[in-house]
Design a protein around this ligand. Structure first.
Ligand code: ADP
Ligand code: ADP
Length: 236
């Protein structure tokens, strides 16, 4: 089965068809961008993949497993990682501790031996921080981090459940152009190394054309175009 398969996904709010019959799939290692104007249905679609919003109709499968209507926590446990638009770290805790928190909420699944958890979490936290180039920041309180570093930390946290699929909601929002490119380069590198599929929503077309393997264009809840950056650009 594909890593992610979405069939006929729909959601209405009152009379508004936020998302209407959207179908697509995502392969392992692929980086898929979900774009469209404000109100197109990107967030609604995104939230139906991570369990935050239950669809009215349609199906979501992750690695062949039906995740439609599961709670965020259940989706997360099945190996779907996500980053948040608004950062959700604990400012007074250190960078490493923030990663450890994420790891321990997943630890029972990785290790039956609770006793080995603290050491495992520490080593694994440092490994994830190295992956995102933040090895030198582990003892710093999160509240002192620059915004771009915080976003890299969030990427490390999103990898704590060893996801096969990573969902990123406007990952580069609020970042300087150079930091945007760097974050997405890092994401692509990690996705490639760990065979993770990535779906992200994005406003910045430079980021999309540079980093997406494939693009989905939503408009008024409908999927109106789909293709490689070259295909989507030439039809725009
Ligand atoms: P995008 O993320 O592309 O800006 P959204 O998914 O946020 O689009 O919104 C799609 C449509 O659904 C918009 O018309 C929006 O007003 C509506 N909508 C989204 N969420 C809600 C909600 N919780 N309640 C009512 N309407 C909503
Ligand atoms: P609850 O509040 O239901 O007890 P948690 O506190 O474990 O659940 O997590 C709340 C939600 O935040 C989860 O449903 C999950 O989607 C998300 N979440 C928790 N930890 C992470 C993480 N490390 N990375 C991404 N999302 C996470």
């Amino acid at each position: 089965p594909p890593l992610l398969s979405v069939e006929g996904l729909s959601k209405s709010y009152g009379g508004v068809h936020a998302v209407r019959g959207v179908s697509f799939s995502l392969a392992t290692g692929e980086i898929l961008a979900l774009i469209g104007p404000n109100g197109a249905g990107k967030s609604t679609c995104f939230n139906m993949l991570n369990g935050q919003t239950a669809p009215d109709a349609g199906k979501v499968h992750v690695l062949g497993r039906d995740t439609t209507g599961l709670k965020p926590r259940e989706v997360w446990r099945l190996g779907v990682g996500r980053t948040f638009q608004i950062t959700a770290t604990f400012p007074t805790m250190t960078v490493r501790e923030n990663v450890q928190v994420a790891l321990s909420s997943h630890g029972h699944k990785l290790f039956n031996l609770t006793a080995s958890m603290p050491r495992y979490a520490r080593e694994e936290a440092d490994h994830l921080l190295d992956l995102v180039g933040m090895g030198g920041f582990s003892m710093r309180p999160c509240g002192e981090l620059a915004y771009g570093d915080l976003k890299r930390l969030e990427l490390a946290i999103a990898l704590a459940n060893q996801p096969r699929l990573l969902l990123m909601d406007e990952p580069t929002a609020g970042m300087a152009p150079r930091e945007r490119i760097e974050l997405m380069r890092l994401t692509a590198q990690i996705a490639n190394e760990k065979s993770i599929g990535v779906l992200f929503t994005e406003h910045d077309m430079d980021v999309v054309f540079e980093h997406a393997d494939r693009i989905l264009v939503l408009n008024r809840g409908n999927l109106i175009a789909e293709g490689s950056p070259q295909e989507v650009r030439s039809n725009a």
